[in-house]
Ligand binder design. Sequence first.
Ligand code: SF4
Length: 355
Amino acid sequence: MSEKSTFAAAIVAWQRQAGRHDLPWQNTRDPYRIWLSEIMLQQTQVATVIPYYQRFLASFPDVASLAAAPVERVLAHWAGLGYYARARNLHRCAQEIMAVHGGEFPRSAAQLQSLSGIGRSTAAAIAAFAYGERAAILDGNVKRVLCRVFAIAEDVSRAAAERALWQRAESLLPAAEEMASYTQGLMDLGATLCTRRQPACARCPLADSCVAQREERQHLLPVARSRAKAPERQATFLLISDGQGVLLERRPARGIWGGLLAFPEAEAAQFLPQLGVEVQAVCSLPPLRHVFTHFVLQIMPQLCRVSAPPSLLREGEYCWLPFAAAAQAGVPAPVRTLLTSLPAVWAAADQSPPA
Ligand code: SF4
């Protein structure tokens, strides 16, 4: 039996018997629902995605409603999922589908890939699930499975090695009618059996043909790429509050947390005089670390106690929100953490004499 038929047949049979069948984005051929799940699942685990996916669909049930929504509302539904460029691209992609494709998703992976935020692997997943197209996926989980089964010991972050992996992935595809089960099976296997640290080879349908398992090299594959230590950046966040409300700033569309609300990132001595507020005290709070893909942000929060809301706010750029409303707004995770603790921090600071 050929490598291709053994590999695909084992995955399809396993998926039908032991794979996941009841995730909220399964059992549909609706490209909108499939697309949404594929974007949310990038860099994010299934259990985290499920409640976001359900809330998102309740508010934006189809591509037309998503395209018509203000981007701020879309970002508010995404708040906490991270990697916010995904949400902005999702919104832009919905608008492209309405404007260029008459509200219908393109029906091929090649066309899907031309839309904002849809890369080659995501386009293939949508086309395989929605239309049964024979297009290969190759995300991090699939790379790990292929490297182990075929003992590929090259650094797959290098372009030539990645090209070879794409070719390998394409050479393994089954017939069109099995594409949905195969694609889902490959995803399930990478996420639940062939995990990074402790692969469950005893339960794996590929165990008989897996070179890494035979040679006990699972822990050596894929080869780890040598990474430089992530650089650190520092940012001062001003938590400007009168004990009831707090000042938030709309971040520029480009850059980290683009379009979300966050605390002003500035030096207190320069920023506060522009607001037209009476400042009672400024005190430093414990720092917070937030890890991004390419750097670590060291957040230095400062509580700025003011007597009343600022009178000189530039509309659209800043807003003053009551504590509860601020915590519900579209804010990134570390801002939400600080907002949640703000009433208690304020109350504690209120007990101490002004600095
Ligand atoms: S046998 Fe083990 S290492 Fe090989 S694909 Fe399966 S889980 Fe991964």
